[in-house]
Design a protein around this ligand. Structure first.
Ligand code: ATR
Length: 326
């Protein structure tokens, strides 16, 4: 039971693991438990691990080095660059896809990971002031130098993807895709499919919302990123919870958790979709991977998708939305 990423020779378990929350954004995580989760993932066959240089501003890549330094050969490691942050001013962000920065960011990631090559290297967000051809041209040089095996893009429009793919084959596009974020089906997925690329679905559990675990704004720690997300604020949150109830009812009928139904729904969209739920806990990891055993008819897939198509609130705050390439 494996899915091939794009036209590459990378083959992975249909569900990957997002490591972001182990270092930042979703409240405090316990390092020991995180490393245990990473090791358990591999033991359970989950071999596609996702990080980025900005998660914990380098800390997340270092955590992966600590966990996997003696077993890199057993997994496919994806990391990203392009969102620029520094520890002096952690809330500030800018985007760079300048060729010199591409090289510099890659060297820094390789050093933190303790590796000589990155299996899949994504541009995290498109730099509107640098032509995509220049950014991907620099990434292609990294491939030629053996520092990167395959190239990906994140949150990219169909048109930008096409231009990028003309410079060097793109193996994967990573975008938010879930029951409560279905936009990509209309925007980029047709081009992704036409070009034989895989779609790696991030936040497939709606940043935890689709698990049913978060019911109130106060359920998030003071420093939790989700407090800044319009979907978790005020009336939006309540209205979205009403929609979630409908999904929970179906999950109950199918004898599974809503989170598992959400993942099964993504897996049913096609062999080219690879969800990467994030978790810091082995129990949740095990629950998530069970979703591969849930089968849905095409009618069920349509019905479930329709329940959450009209969600309330944007995916990001205003400044985050400006980084999405439309
Ligand atoms: P992202 O891709 O941004 O990490 P996600 O995968 O949609 O987002 O959701 C991640 C959130 O769901 C995290 O808060 C994670 O919390 P834990 O680290 O405590 O697991 C939560 N989550 C993941 N799987 C879960 C599960 N099976 N049950 C409950 N919460 C879960």
């Amino acid at each position: 039971m494996r899915r091939k990423i794009g036209k590459s020779d990378l083959e992975v378990f249909p569900i990957g693991l997002g490591a972001m929350g182990m270092s930042e954004f979703y409240g405090k995580a316990d390092e020991k438990e995180s490393i245990h989760t990473l090791h358990s993932a591999l033991e359970l066959g989950v071999n596609f691990i996702d990080t980025a240089d900005i998660y914990g501003i380098g800390d997340n890549e270092e955590l992966l080095q600590k966990a996997f330094h003696d077993r890199w050969d057993k997994l496919v490691l994806a990391t990203k660059f392009g969102i620029v942050r520094d520890k002096q001013n952690p809330t500030a962000r800018s985007i760079s896809g300048k060729p010199g920065y591409v090289k510099q960011a890659c060297e820094a990631s390789l050093k933190r990971l303790g590796r000589e090559t990155i299996d899949l290297y994504y541009l995290h967000r498109v730099d509107q002031s640098t032509p995509i051809e220049e950014t991907v041209g620099a990434m292609a040089e990294l491939v030629a130098e053996g520092k990167v095996q395959y190239i990906g893009l994140s949150e990219v429009s169909g048109e930008t993807l096409r231009r990028a793919n003309a410079v060097h084959p793109i193996t994967a596009v990573q975008s938010e895709y879930s029951l409560w974020s279905q936009d990509v089906e209309e925007t980029t997925l047709p081009t992704i499919r036409e070009l034989g690329i895989s779609l790696v679905a991030y936040s497939p559990l709606g940043r935890g919302f689709l698990t049913g675990r978060f019911q109130r704004f106060e359920d998030f720690a003071e420093d939790d990123y989700r407090r800044f997300s319009p979907r978790f604020q005020g009336e939006n949150f309540n209205k979205n919870l009403e929609l979630l109830r409908l999904v929970e009812d179906i999950a109950k009928d199918k004898g599974c958790k809503p989170s598992q139904l959400a993942l099964a729904w993504l897996l049913s969209q096609g062999e080219d979709i690879i969800p990467i739920p994030g978790t810091t806990k082995v129990t949740n990891l095990m629950e998530n991977i069970e979703a591969v055993n849930i089968s849905l008819t095409s009618i069920e897939v349509c019905q479930i998708g329709a329940l959450m198509r009209n969600i309330h609130g944007d995916r990001y705050d205003q400044s985050g939305m400006t980084f999405i390439n439309k």
